[in-house]
Design a protein around this ligand. Sequence first.
Ligand code: UTP
Length: 472
Amino acid sequence: MDENLKKMISDAGQEHLLCYIDELSAEEKRVFIEQLAAVDWQQIPQLAADYVLKRPEISIPADLTPAQFFPLTPADSATAELYAAADAKGAELLRAGKVCCLTVAGGQGTRLGFDGPKGTYPIGPVTDRSLFAYFAGAIARASEKYGKTVCWYIMTSPINRAATEAFFKEKNYFGLPQESVFFFTQGTMPAFGTDGKLLLSSKGTLALSPDGHGGTLLALRKSGALDKMIADGCEYISYFQVDNPLVPVVSPRFIGLHALENSEMSAIMLSKTNSKEKLGNFCVSNGRTMIIEYSDLPDELAEKRNADGTLAFVAGSPAIHVLSRKFVEKLTSGGTLRLPWHRADKKIACLNENGELFTPSEPNGVKLESFIFDALPLAEKVMILEGDRAEVFAPTKNATGVDSAESCREMLTARNARQLKLAGVDIPYTADGKVDAVIEIDPAKVLDDEDAAALVERTGLKKVEPGERIVL
Ligand code: UTP
């Protein structure tokens, strides 16, 4: 092993990682050394000191104010005109092929407890179609509707890349042109034990974890995705998470407003249902937009009210963005980008002191992640648009309960029911106002209300029966 590397590891106080190296085969040793060489050893002691051995202190700026946003429904005629112009601009950009989709799918989905990439999770309320199939269908329909192929960039982690690609192959790319789907892999960070020592997942493997969705920006550059966007003339990136099948994969109004407002990074906001709702809060300090996590917003700010009784810090983030490609180019121009790290205490399977693999039942280590929303303060201009929760946000974080697969399926049915009702179909409801049926609409057929009306017209559907399970 190279003496230089050995010294860097030892200077970083991590020489314990090498204690089994002589037990490895030549090939195992080669792979391990390659892994070790990829670590930035100089920053490890600082990271351990700042994030692991002590809890990073969150400093809330004294001048923090709520961020301004464009409301869901225009309050005056000038805003109504702006929205109409944005709708037209967004559609024009889509027709010109200047918009792509980006799904971040590199997470580990530990809360869902599903074995496999989260995007392969069966979420369709009737057919079990996967999360990826939802996005693929919607992207296919958007491409058809605007007459230009919308390219789809999918970020995986090194851990789930192969399984994700295999799923797409098995599904024949859901009928999308294969060259319009671009997979890229995010970076990783070594995991720490609570004593600041890095963990091994085998005698010749570091315990690595994906570096957070903030890793998207640099990964876009390193993977050649940005180059492809430049070559394709794509200027706007419609960003969403793999666990939200309700998201409009491209929203003409959102994209159009982003462009008309010369925004570098835009965001959808949802009005929080209560002061403690677990959504990041859109705030402004020193003229810069930022997100303060729900757990970090001091109570007196979280509870602060406007004169009309509404929450002052009302804007919560569902992690739906539009980014200008040029902004991503600018941020990553030197081939590096340092976003702040966030600490997560996790259960990390690793070797114990006897060199045996153990799976802890309690958090035993620290993972460091960066977050995409930390790019907001780096943007010269940020545009925030209010979204309708029932139309845009059904996160699948847990297996049951709040933000679960169960609640997501209900919301998909509810949205489909609303679209059908709007098109004149008779929908059954229970006494407590829930849809008394399970309805699944093929996203490749219906992108918006206009498509839903056309579908109803084509099929001649008049009524959904109570208790029916229907696929359209
Ligand atoms: P979450 O924060 O919900 O994390 O990710 P997760 O890993 O999927 O789930 P848990 O916390 O382990 O239960 C939000 C979105 O960001 C992506 C996820 O795939 C999801 O779309 N993500 C997260 C990445 O792409 N990479 C990461 O390193 C982390």
